[in-house]
Design a protein around this ligand. Structure first.
Ligand SMILES: *Cc1c(COP(=O)(O)O)cnc(C)c1O
Length: 393
């Protein structure tokens, strides 16, 4: 896309189109309520699904670990930044995901860029769901592999693409979100892995929103008892969402992980996450596995919200995830609705293109296990009040 004009003009054009983005400054921790610019707002936009980001046990664990490890890790993993704490977290994540190895990255963005770039190059092929997270799309584009997308969740489209070999000589990788980040729906994993296997392609699943939330003990969508490393060669999870800390990991077999250590540029050329954070994440992992009530609470909140929306006559796309999109169409409407909710003391961010496709601007409502049923009722009341005013059909 050509971008004429000065930066000032470009910014002005974004403002005119209601596409300008700005940050909100929080004055306290994540939780069911957040302190934003002097106001306490009921918070429905974090990815802290299990309500662990400010958990007292995680805070204590981080403080204690900082006494042992200090703050900075000082170097990349391959130089001298890889501590016993990182190592133990990797082993725990491998066990948790039922895979031989796990490798820590400083963020999910870095994990996706690094993994795809390490495995693919010119002459290879990458096939991605159209609604994949930006980091997966960016990783595919920058890998120099032949990039194709298939329609969201459309396995016949994927099959057609896989059947058409084109110019590709090398490896083929099929990449998908597990639980989609803006819609909360899931990829058809059994079909997808079956297709990939039949076409001799590898599968990479990023389950950033599934870990901690779905599956046995929060193991996510890719249960190792059903989908092993022959089905899903590369499994990505992030630690900044349900786990309440920061960072990410790739879980895979021994050789795949060794390959990433040799080749993933976003692994090699970056400072290791602080060791204390790795230790706090071990504490978090134990809570994620043990405290089933957090997942049950989420399901109760989701059911309450969806029943409430239906009663208001507001349509909601199918989602069993704590991500509940309320699609309103245009950026103006999404912004207006978000502003009206904020007036009522409820924080729900408007999500606009290019984060979501044009015409599907929305409020992305998210729940955490820290919410109470009464919080959902307050959100529904606020929505009922704001809905007619923004002129949504
Ligand atoms: C949030 C997210 C990421 C990025 O993870 P960070 O650790 O926040 O960089 C990657 N993939 C998906 C699907 C995500 O939702």
């Amino acid at each position: 896309m050509a971008r004429p004009g000065t930066i000032g003009e470009q910014l002005e054009a974004l403002r005119r189109r209601n596409m300008y983005r700005r940050r909100r400054v929080l004055d306290g921790p994540q939780g069911r309520e957040v302190l934003v610019e002097g106001r306490r707002l009921l918070n429905f936009c974090s990815n802290d699904y299990l309500g662990l980001a400010a958990d007292p046990r995680l805070r204590a664990s981080l403080q204690k670990a900082a006494d042992r490890w200090g703050v900075g890790s000082g170097a990349s993993h391959l130089v001298c930044g890889h501590t016993r704490a990182h190592h133990e977290l990797e082993m725990a994540l491998a066990r948790f995901t039922g895979r031989p190895r796990a490798l820590l990255f400083s963020s999910g963005y870095a994990a996706n860029m690094g993994a795809i770039g390490a495995l693919l190059g010119a002459g290879d092929r990458v096939l991605e769901d159209r609604l994949n997270h930006a980091s997966l799309l960016d990783g595919g584009w920058l890998s120099r592999a032949d990039f194709t997308w298939y329609r969201h969740g459309d396995m016949s489209h994927l099959a057609a693409q896989l059947g058409d070999n084109g110019q590709a000589r090398g490896r083929t990788l099929v990449v998908s979100d597990g639980t989609f980040s803006m819609d909360g729906d899931r990829c058809p994993l059994a079909e997808l892995t079956g297709l990939a296997r039949r076409h001799d392609a590898w599968t990479m699943i990023d389950d950033a929103h599934g870990f901690g939330v779905h599956g046995r003990g929060g193991r996510g969508l890719v249960d190792a008892e059903v989908f092993g490393t022959d089905d899903v060669q590369i499994l990505v999870g992030t630690l900044g969402k349900a786990f309440g800390t920061a960072g990410a990991f790739v879980a895979a077999d021994e050789e795949m992980i060794e390959m990433l250590i040799q080749r993933a540029r976003s692994y090699i050329y970056t400072t290791a996450m602080p060791a204390a954070l790795a230790e706090a994440t071990l504490t978090s992992l134990a809570i994620v596995e043990e405290e089933e009530w957090r997942r049950q609470r989420l399901q109760e909140l989701i059911a309450r919200f969806r029943a409430g929306l239906a009663a208001l006559g507001i349509e909601a796309p199918a989602s069993a995830a704590p991500i509940q999109p309320v699609i309103v169409g245009t950026p103006e409407r999404a912004l207006a609705l978000s502003a009206a909710l904020e007036e009522a003391g409820v924080l729900v961010m408007a999500i606009r293109p290019p984060t979501v496709p044009a015409g599907t601007a929305r409020l992305r409502v998210t729940f955490t296990a820290a919410h109470l049923p009464a919080d959902v009722d307050r959100l529904l009341e606020a929505l009922a009040g704001a809905w007619p005013a923004v002129g949504v059909a």
